[in-house]
Design a protein around this ligand. Structure first.
Ligand SMILES: Cc1ncc(COP(=O)(O)O)c(C=O)c1O
Length: 452
């Protein structure tokens, strides 16, 4: 008999207390926070699913490595260990440490792009888009058409539309496309993976037009595991072998080590191009630091060096993907509308379908996120009309799962809370704005419930 219970492939050596609050306390806290979960203090959250970025639990091996951290300004052995660990997986000639992913993006686009250029991606993450646009280039998203339908099942919904890529290059002219990017997994598209076949096909098009391919590698290990599970020919390969093949088709990558680096801070930029690497390092010195630390402490480099390898451990990935899928499949089987299939790092609930009686002008995503907090102290994040205003195509509530932080019983608790809210969904009311900032309003907006 196969045992089906999901167990964490680790035991716990150090614990962190989480605080239960009463429903009345949570209602009071929400009123004080203007019904904006960004403004609720973290101590008053029981299960925090706001983000999977920088929230991982480090292993005993990572904590031990911190003590080896060498804080020399130049030529630290911590950098050597970091570079060797990155190169063993990613295989690029140059490894440039940065304080997080967006710093790598800023440097990459500053060096490679100019005004009027076009950068295609399956879907640009917001910081990627912003850094691209900041240098005057146009960020274009070309996911496969299936990615635009939340309920549609597809094993590699993160894939890029290769016909659209060819058309875009044709129309723009290859000279004005300085690079093509692929985000693995596709965060903004629901944490959906990209297949090896798609990476290969995108590379082939890039090669024909002499355009370099860069991978936004934040969740590379989760993507590699999805390839192992779902793509013919990869079942017997290790996640590390798959990751190596993924990156063998690329000319470089950007990385936020706050995701599959299992670190609380850090990132890097890689390239095989000697000239670009030199320009990137010059810019790095200007704003981040010397190329052997790039804005990080030596101990951070050590934590990342170990974390990248742990993120590729098969037992860990099996538990991670199974636990996220358990959450998604369990609530979906009771009728809760989610973005299908469950992604690697998060479950996205379709709030418009969950609360069809609340118009988008009354923020169904906020209404649902507020109820999950009132019901069970869970913090999620609205990705919809409050975040994107009239440009929002969907109203989603994202439950991002921090790595190695919550146990299966925590996940079961989250399922129970969501289902309790689902059963009383008809009584949930919408929200109206009381205060908003001129940009990025979701961080500081204040709202109030609409009178029923
Ligand atoms: C796909 C993707 N790219 C880039 C970034 C930016 O990384 P950072 O937050 O480390 O700047 C993120 C962060 O969430 C991401 O998910």
């Amino acid at each position: 008999m196969t045992i089906r219970t999901i167990i964490e492939p680790f035991r716990i050596k150090s614990v962190e207390r989480i605080r239960r609050t009463t429903r009345e306390e949570r209602q009071r806290l929400l009123r004080a926070a203007g019904y904006n979960l960004f403004l609720v203090p973290a101590e008053d959250i029981l299960i925090d699913l706001l983000t999977d970025s920088g929230t991982s639990a480090m292993s005993a091996e990572q904590w031990a490595a911190l003590m080896r951290g060498d804080e020399s300004y130049a030529g630290s052995p911590s950098f050597t260990r970091f570079r060797d660990s990155v190169q063993a997986i990613f295989g690029f000639r140059h490894v440039i440490p940065t304080h997080q992913g967006r710093a790598a993006e800023r440097i990459l686009f500053s060096v490679m792009c100019k005004k009027g250029d076009v950068v295609p991606n399956n879907t640009h993450f917001d910081t990627t888009r912003a850094n691209c646009e900041f240098v005057g280039a146009k960020a274009v998203d070309i996911p496969i058409p299936e990615a635009r339908e939340p309920a549609r099942l597809h094993p590699f919904k993160g894939n890029m539309d290769t016909a659209a890529l060819e058309k875009l290059i044709e129309e723009t002219g290859a000279k004005r496309v300085p690079l093509v990017m692929l985000t693995v997994t596709n965060n903004s598209g629901g944490g959906q993976p990209v297949s090896m076949a798609n990476i290969r096909a995108v590379k082939e098009i890039c090669k024909q037009h002499k355009i370099p391919l860069y991978i936004d590698a934040c969740r590379f290990a989760e993507n590699a595991y999805f390839i192992k599970l779902r793509e013919p020919g990869y079942a017997n390969k290790s996640p590390r072998e798959i990751a190596r093949e993924m990156f063998s088709y690329a000319d470089g990558c950007t990385m936020s080590a706050k995701k599959d680096g299992l670190a609380n801070i850090g990132g890097f930029l890689c390239t095989n191009d000697d000239l670009l690497a030199q320009q990137e390092k010059d810019l790095l010195i200007l704003t981040e630091g010397f190329p052997t630390y790039g804005g990080l402490a030596g101990r951070d480099l050590e934590a990342i060096a170990v974390g990248l390898n742990e993120a590729l451990e098969e037992e860990y990935l099996k538990y991670r993907i199974a636990s996220t899928a358990f959450l998604g499949n369990h609530i979906a089987s009771e009728g809760v509308p989610i973005v299908q299939p469950p992604g690697g790092h998060a479950i996205y609930i379709d709030a418009r379908a969950f609360l069809p009686h609340i118009p988008t002008s009354q923020f169904p995503g906020i209404a649902l996120a507020v109820e999950l907090y009132i019901e069970g102290g869970i913090r999620s994040v609205e990705i919809g009309s409050l975040m994107f205003g009239e440009h929002a195509r969907m109203d989603l509530v994202r439950l991002a799962i921090p790595r190695r932080v919550y146990t299966q019983s925590h996940i079961e608790y989250v399922v129970e809370v969501i289902l309790d809210v689902w059963r009383r969904r008809d009584k949930i009311v919408g929200y109206e704005l009381v205060h908003q900032a001129p940009f990025l309003r979701h961080f500081t907006a204040r709202l109030k419930p609409v009178k029923a």
